[in-house]
Design a protein around this ligand. Structure first.
Ligand SMILES: Cc1cc2nc3c(=O)[nH]c(=O)nc-3n(C[C@H](O)[C@H](O)[C@H](O)COP(=O)(O)O)c2cc1C
Ligand code: SF4
Length: 438
């Protein structure tokens, strides 16, 4: 294990993670001692429009994957329309490799609760929901306790801190489907329907929950709001890069010495993150990695110095996504890794549209054939052709995301595929997996 140099340690910018190691960080007493609910007091004295402007000025972009400017999204909510407005927090966190929202809600749930109150006040919502994935029982328990503590202290409910503002906050557990992280499927699920994406337009900003104006934001986005209110837009922008401001929680997993969450200014590189994480595990050399979860095209060892912000990763041909960096070594097989991800997408496809439902079904079968040593050279063309018919033709981003590792692994690691097809690599799957595969 390597020890990081002081200049690399200085890359850490704990803002959202700053309380995580405090004893009982999840309790309201600890939270209040460490700046907690000070931003709310400040925000309630401001005009809601000024808060929206502050978030616009900070350049905060959504932490859920797409990086949409948060202030702009809040500004889309029509005001004076006489309809109820809703804030819905997307705490589904289902992207393979992604592990930033659940630790945040487990260690520092009040950061999210406080962010919810401020954001709801800004968009004039009287009711907010946190939609958390069903399996995350521990995080949901912490969150529900935090919500109750906030009610008891007068931070939620009627006439919050005697400001005249009312807000009810509901924590809703989903049943654990990746598609329910897609914002419109989430809204359907929250309304009690089967979670499947809705046709857009109309967008949630005007026709969201119960056909009313709704903001859907990621946990990390909303938890960033209290520090911005306290520190100001310029302080926030002093971290990160020009178009990707602020700190970001990078979740590192795989063949590294110390997996975990590392919060750094946006634009940090994988080389620096690896140093912070103690380097690769002994005997392993970096071969490929995802910059932002399994839906983002793979990058290779040559991309160690790519700035991990929205623009830098896009310029390298991938997507920043959820900053879930999954690290694979020379002892891992990109063909097999891609197959396992495809199994996931095939399983999680909601079945609403043909390209994703059928395409993933067939691609899984082609991969099984290749990995069982029975693939052909034509199979590689079939994979690319299938991806061509899924990408941009699917109803939602799940289908698009499924193609990422297929096309990128074929781009960087075609030889690995050929080695299976031409018999140089021993089959990884038995012929039994081929039942119905042809
Ligand atoms: C298949 C799929 C799964 C998604 N899962 C999540 C998720 O678990 N959490 C999340 O915040 N966003 C997820 N998203 C993105 C959301 O649709 C939406 O863009 C996001 O919640 C907006 O929040 P933000 O602007 O704060 O990033 C997913 C998108 C797709 C297509
Ligand atoms: S792309 Fe997949 S998950 Fe999305 S609507 Fe189509 S079938 Fe459902």
């Amino acid at each position: 294990m390597t020890t990081p140099r002081p200049e690399t340690v200085a890359k850490l910018t704990p803002v959202l993670t700053k309380r995580w190691l405090s004893p009982d960080a999840w309790r309201i007493g600890t939270y209040e001692q460490l700046d907690g609910y000070a931003a709310l007091r400040k925000a309630l004295k401001a005009h809601p429009d000024d808060l929206i402007q502050l978030i616009k000025d900070s350049g905060l972009r959504g932490r859920g994957g797409a990086g949409f400017p948060t202030g702009l999204k809040w500004g889309f909510i029509p005001q004076g329309d006489g309809k109820p407005h809703y804030l819905v927090v997307n705490a589904d966190e289902g992207e393979p490799g992604t592990c930033k929202d659940l630790p945040l809600m487990t260690h520092d749930p009040h950061a999210l609760v406080e962010g919810v109150i401020i954001a709801s006040y800004a968009i004039r919502a009287a009711r907010a929901y946190i939609y958390i994935r069903g399996e995350a029982v521990h995080a949901a328990r912490r969150l529900r306790n935090a919500v109750q503590e906030a009610y008891d202290k007068g931070y939620l409910g009627r006439n919050i801190l005697r400001s005249g503002y009312d807000l009810e906050l509901v924590v809703h557990s989903g049943a654990g489907a990746y598609i329910c992280g897609e914002e419109t499927a989430l809204l359907d699920s929250l309304e009690g329907f089967r979670g499947q994406p809705r046709l857009r337009p109309p967008f949630p900003a005007t026709h969201g929950l119960y056909a009313s104006p709704t903001v859907v934001n990621n946990v990390g986005t909303i938890a960033s709001v209290p520090p911005i209110v306290l520190g100001g837009a310029d302080w926030w922008k002093s971290m990160g890069t020009e178009k990707s401001s602020g700190p970001m929680i990078y979740s590192l997993s795989g063949r590294i010495a110390n997996p975990g969450q590392y919060e750094c200014s946006m634009g940090v590189t994988l080389r620096e993150l690896l140093e912070l994480a103690g380097g690769m595990q002994p005997g392993h050399n970096l071969r490929f990695w995802t910059p932002g979860g399994s839906s983002t095209p793979l990058l290779a060892a040559e991309h160690l110095d790519v700035p991990l912000d929205f623009e830098g990763v896009a310029a390298a041909g991938s997507i920043l996504g959820t900053t879930a960096t999954q690290i694979f070594s020379d002892q891992d097989c990109p063909v097999y890794a891609t197959y396992r991800w495809l199994e996931f997408y095939h399983h999680e496809s909601c079945g609403k549209c043909t390209p994703c439902r059928e395409g993933n079904y067939w691609m899984v079968r082609v991969y099984r054939r290749i990995l069982a040593g029975q693939g052909t050279h034509e199979d590689l063309d079939t994979l690319l052709d299938t991806c061509d018919n899924i990408l941009g033709r699917s109803f939602c981003g799940l289908g698009d995301g499924a193609t990422s590792s297929v096309t990128s692994s074929l781009k960087y690691f075609k030889q690995d595929y050929l080695d299976y097809i031409e018999g140089r690599t021993a089959p990884k799957l038995s012929e039994k997996t081929l039942v119905g595969a042809h």
